[in-house]
Design a binder for this molecule. Structure first.
Ligand SMILES: *[C@@H]1O[C@H](CO)[C@@H](O)[C@H](O)[C@H]1NC(C)=O
Ligand SMILES: CC(=O)N[C@H]1CO[C@H](CO)[C@@H](O)[C@@H]1O
Length: 267
């Protein structure tokens, strides 16, 4: 099964017939027979899906509404339709097969990048895995790391991210607004408020809150990821995700909660 994917990937590289985002016209266009250009217009989407997840085993294939998290995210990316290419980087044949099953290779809508096992350890960071992908794919100049553990990824957030990424910023990532009052442990066994003054406890309507990363996606330019070795800097833009869409699947509890939300048609 896998060599088929590699061949498909090779054909895709030589004779791409891809839908890419034409930034000048803010429209999608198919461009058969030409190599996708190297400009900001083309953004590759990447999902990192290693086999050996902690907490929930094979978490990327955990199902919500009868569909693996990974497939759910890929379908949203395909529906969005403006990525130059959509990739899954994995070390695991089961995950590669699942992708092939959901997206037959002849359609070449989703491609699999098999990464070496030493690049998929518990201590391997998302940044390292992303850099490994970029080194193997010199044609990719802009990358959107998408996390399939955020099951309520929606097309509207991707539209927002694309518009903000444009040419002016080097990175875009998803956040939600938080009104939580935070505390820290201070020296001498004392405690101290982190983001408010106890004499003037803010009411919700008195302040605009704070931004908290949701981990749903991180768009960044190749130079930022490989040159500076970071996903974010001060030139980033943020996309606000509704708190109800911000759930991240880390534990069984999160997974059950996501199933309930889907069943109740809230999502
Ligand atoms: C908190 O607010 C009180 C009352 O306005 C003020 O006197 C105090 O200096 C403030 N504390 C800090 C740490 O800003
Ligand atoms: C290839 C290309 O056009 N890259 C540009 C993408 O946008 C950034 C930020 O504006 C520029 O610095 C790059 O030159």
């Amino acid at each position: 099964m896998l060599p088929l994917l590699w061949i498909a990937s090779l054909i895709y590289t030589i004779v791409p017939s891809v839908t890419y985002f034409d930034h000048r016209h803010h429209s999608t266009a198919t461009c058969p027979g030409t190599i996708p250009n190297q400009s900001n217009a083309s953004i590759a989407a990447l999902i990192l899906a290693r086999g050996g997840s902690k907490g929930i085993p094979l978490k990327n294939l955990a199902q919500i509404d009868g569909k693996p998290l990974l497939v759910r995210a890929l379908q949203t990316l395909a529906e969005f339709g403006r990525f130059g290419s959509i990739w899954v980087s994995t070390d695991d044949d089961r995950i590669a097969r699942e992708v092939e099953l959901a997206f037959p290779a002849d359609q070449a809508r989703v491609l699999v990048h098999m990464r070496p096992p030493e690049q998929a350890q518990d201590h391997t960071s998302s940044l390292e895995s992303t850099q490994e992908f970029l080194r193997r794919h010199p044609e990719v100049t802009n990358l959107a790391l998408i996390q399939c553990t955020s099951p309520f990824l929606k097309v509207k957030y991707l539209v927002d991210a694309f518009e903000r990424f444009g040419t002016a910023v080097e990175c875009v990532f998803s956040v939600m607004r938080s009104f939580k009052l935070r505390w820290k442990e201070a020296p001498g066994g004392r405690i101290a408020p982190l983001n408010f003054n106890v004499s003037r406890r803010p009411r919700r309507q008195d302040w605009s809150g704070e931004w908290v990363e949701t981990g749903m996606f991180y768009f960044a330019r190749r130079a930022l990821l490989l040159g500076e070795g970071v996903f974010q800097n001060e030139n980033c833009a943020m996309v606000e995700v509704d708190v109800r869409d911000a759930l991240e699947i880390d534990s069984w509890y999160d997974l059950e909660l996501a199933k309930i939300l889907v069943q109740q048609n809230n999502q």
